[in-house]
Design a protein around this ligand. Structure first.
Ligand SMILES: O=C(O)CCC(=O)C(=O)O
Ligand SMILES: [Fe+2]
Length: 323
C-alpha cells in the first residue's frame, strides 16, 4: 500500500525570527545522550535519565520561570478553546425557561483528553496531512529551539498540545512509522503521571500495518520500571552517574513517572518497537492525579515511507513485503 497522496502536501516552514517569549536557552547543549550540559546561564540543574534503549528523560528541563510562563500559556490555550466551544453551542431556549428545580441534570463531565494541533494535522485514516497547517506559535517555537540539541538535525514541524483531565489517559500505541520521522518528544506540564512502556509483541506489530497511529497493546500486569542510569547535571561539573544503568527488561510492562517540566525523548528502539501510553485511572502509585498537559513534538513525514531498522513493527516495510 502506498502513501503517495502525502507527497502532494507542501509544508511551509514557520518563520523563526520572532520575539522570544521563553528567555533562557541552555548554552552548551548536550552532544550525546548521558553527557553533561552546562546550565550555568539558566541557573538551574537538569537531571538526565538514560534508559539505554532510546528513551531519555530530562527532568527540570526549563528554568522555573520559563516553566511557569509555558504552563500559563498552555492553560490559556485550553481555556480559550473551551470558551469558543461553549460560545458556538446553540443556546437551549427551553432550558432557560425551565425553573431551576426542573432543569435537566447536567451530564457528568467526561474524562476526555483534549488536543490542539499546530503544524500539519495528520488524518490517520487516510494518511493525509492537512494542507493548511496552523502555524506553530512563538512560545512553542522557543521550546523547539531549546530541544533542538536533542533532535539530531530533525526539523520538527508539528506540535500537539494535550490536556489530560485527572483520570484520563491515552491508549498504548506506537506513533506510526510512516507518518512521523525519527524522534518523538513529549514535554510534560501540570501534574505528574505514569507512562507505561512495553516492547511491542507480534499482535502489536500486526496492528502497525493499518494506517493508524494508535494500536492497542496487550498489556499484562504492571510492574514498576527499573531505574535507569541517572546522571545529575550540576553547573559545569562533569555528569555524575548515580545509578548503574539497568536496561528496561524486554516484554515486561514498565511504568515511568513523567514529572512536570520534563522532556521525554523517544528514539530508536523505544520509538519504533515499544508502545507507550497512559492508563486511565485515578491515581499513580497512590498519588491522586491532577490536571496534566503535554506538548508532543514530531516531524510529519510527507514522503510517508519509513526505512527504520525495526521492520517487524514498521508499516512501510511490512506493506512492501505484502506487495
Ligand atoms: O502526552 C504525552 O506525553 C504523550 C502523547 C502521545 O503519546 C501522543 O500524542 O502520541
Ligand atoms: Fe505517542
Amino acid at each position: 500500500m502506498g502513501n503517495g497522496n502525502i507527497e502532494d502536501i507542501i509544508w511551509v516552514s514557520n518563520p523563526w525570527d520572532h520575539t522570544r517569549e521563553l528567555k533562557h536557552i541552555p548554552s552548551d547543549p548536550k552532544a550525546e545522550p548521558g553527557r553533561s550540559t552546562s546550565s550555568s546561564d539558566t541557573g538551574h540543574d537538569q537531571e538526565i535519565l538514560d534508559y539505554n534503549n532510546g528513551l531519555i528523560l530530562i527532568n527540570d528541563f526549563l528554568s522555573p520561570e520559563d516553566y511557569q510562563v509555558l504552563l500559563n500559556k498552555i492553560k490559556d490555550e485550553f481555556r480559550t478553546m473551551e470558551e469558543s466551544k461553549s460560545k458556538s453551542l446553540p443556546t437551549d431556549e427551553t432550558e432557560l425557561e425551565r425553573p431551576i428545580s426542573q432543569s435537566k441534570p447536567k451530564p457528568k463531565a467526561k474524562l476526555r483528553r483534549l488536543a490542539i494541533h499546530y503544524g500539519p494535522k495528520y488524518d490517520y485514516s487516510t494518511n493525509h496531512a492537512s494542507p493548511n497547517p496552523t502555524p506553530v506559535p512563538n512560545y512553542i517555537q522557543d521550546l523547539i529551539e531549546m530541544i533542538k540539541p536533542y533532535l539530531n538535525g530533525l526539523e520538527i514541524n508539528q506540535a500537539t498540545l494535550q490536556y489530560y483531565p485527572p483520570g484520563s489517559g491515552i491508549p498504548p500505541h506506537i506513533d506510526t512509522h510512516s507518518c512521523f520521522e525519527k524522534e518523538i518528544l513529549s514535554f510534560s506540564l501540570g501534574a505528574r503521571v505514569n507512562m507505561g512502556f512495553q516492547k511491542g509483541d507480534e499482535a502489536t506489530a500486526m496492528k502497525m500495518f493499518a494506517p493508524r497511529r494508535c494500536v492497542g497493546g496487550s498489556i499484562s500486569t504492571a510492574t514498576p520500571g527499573t531505574l535507569p542510569s541517572e546522571i545529575s547535571i550540576n553547573g559545569n561539573q562533569p555528569p555524575t552517574p548515580t545509578l548503574t544503568p539497568k536496561p528496561l527488561a524486554q516484554s515486561t510492562y514498565h511504568e515511568i513517572p513523567l514529572q512536570p517540566n520534563s522532556l521525554c525523548i523517544m528514539s530508536n528502539e523505544i520509538r519504533y518497537a515499544w508502545t507507550h501510553g497512559i492508563r486511565s485511572r485515578a491515581t499513580d502509585d497512590n498519588v491522586k492525579r491532577e490536571d496534566r498537559y503535554s506538548i508532543t513534538f514530531r516531524k510529519v513525514d510527507f514522503e510517508g515511507v519509513c526505512r527504520c531498522d525495526y521492520g517487524v513493527w514498521c508499516d512501510s516495510q511490512q506493506d512492501k513485503n505484502k506487495e
